[in-house]
Design a binder for this molecule. Structure first.
Ligand code: FE2
Length: 357
């Protein structure tokens, strides 16, 4: 399996107004990997270390303590979630645990109807309080940095589309839309050490998917030993994608002082296929006695946003086509059909991934 260095852009150059048309085309155009690295960011290592060490420390707490911070009513979409999410074969995913929260606000609505009917989107945040007071500020500080990167990339996409379509794409359109969305989700992820029975022959490449929302911002993972000392990234794991030009599986690496930005399928659709999302999965390490910690931020549209193609769209068949779609991954076309609003598309996606026979 080969390793690939994705296209990168400099935060400093972006602030100085540099044109990144070439980079965006290379990263998100028809042959792009659907992801880009942002470098030269103001230092965020203190925040990154604090957040990633917090999830490791939380995962090490006794089961009964962690259980206090689970929320079955929202299908475990806030607080701690371990072994609740199922893989496509119906087997619970126990290899990783997640701590979910909305980075924008602890309470995003007072509307009881929304809270009761769409708890996955609107449930209030829950925090481990006295059992682990440092998790909440660590989560909030790191996701704040990630939100800034997400809005920056969205601005970049707006500039790119505006110029590519000779002004047909209204300036600032997607940034405005993204700022209207309040249902963002941060996911602190802890990958437990590989069980001693883990088969060396397994390639660990399961869980292929495409993000379906707006923009995903990822931190470089932190690998820790059993004494919580940082260790170099093992070579047998990490983020893998399907290369859009030949379908080969390539590993994507990210330096610790950079952030990785991926595009969701709904963004691909709303941009009329001018920006592309890519199938990816995280391969877990088979090396014993190490853990992997990371933080993914999913920036989403308002559930009521209308899913429609722009006037500058590429042909429909191109918009909904994902080359080399891994086996078992539901096609975009089937989920977008009949989806009037973003929430319909999100629901179709959830059903296709988790409820399909
Ligand atoms: Fe993903």
């Amino acid at each position: 399996m080969s390793e690939i260095k994705p296209v990168s852009i400099s935060y400093v150059d972006f602030k100085a107004g540099k044109d990144f048309t070439e980079e965006v085309t290379e990263a998100f155009g028809a042959n792009g990997l659907g992801l880009i690295v942002v470098r030269d960011l103001p230092d965020f290592q203190k925040e990154r270390q604090a957040a990633l060490r917090a999830i490791r420390k939380f995962a090490d707490l006794p089961e009964e303590t962690k259980e206090k911070y689970t929320d079955s009513k929202s299908n475990y979409s806030v607080g701690w979630s371990h072994g609740k999410e199922k893989m496509r074969n119906g087997v619970p995913d126990t290899a990783k645990g997640s701590y979910y929260a909305n980075p924008l606000d602890d309470i995003i609505t007072d509307d009881q109807y929304l809270k009761e009917n769409f708890p996955e989107l609107y449930a209030d945040n829950i925090w481990p309080g006295e059992d682990m007071p440092e998790l909440e500020p660590a989560f909030k500080e790191m996701t704040h940095v990630q939100l800034g990167v997400g809005y920056m990339i969205c601005e970049l996409f707006d500039r790119y589309l505006h110029s590519k379509t000779n002004g047909l794409h209204p300036a600032g359109h997607f940034l405005e839309m993204l700022r209207r969305g309040t249902t963002c989700k941060g996911r602190l992820l802890h990958y437990f050490p590989a069980p001693p029975t883990a088969s060396k022959s397994q390639d660990g490449l399961c869980g292929w998917h495409l993000d379906h929302g707006g923009i995903t911002i990822l931190t470089c993972p932190l690998y820790l030993d059993m004494q919580r000392n940082e260790i170099p990234a093992p070579s047998d794991c990490g983020l893998h994608i399907k290369h859009p030009t030949d379908g080969s599986i390539v590993k994507v690496t990210l330096p610790p002082d950079c952030m990785l930005v991926q595009l969701g399928e709904s963004f691909q659709y709303l941009s009329g296929g001018h920006l592309r999302a890519t199938a990816h999965c995280v391969k877990s390490s088979q090396t014993p006695d190490i853990t992997r910690e990371t933080l993914a931020l999913f920036m989403d549209w308002m559930p009521e946003e209308v899913m429609k193609l722009p006037e500058y769209t590429r042909p429909y068949s191109e918009v909904v086509h994902t080359p080399f779609l891994p086996e078992g991954v539901p096609e975009l076309e089937g989920r977008i059909k009949g989806a009037k609003h973003y929430r319909d598309f999100a629901k179709n996606t959830y059903t296709a991934y988790y409820c399909e026979k």
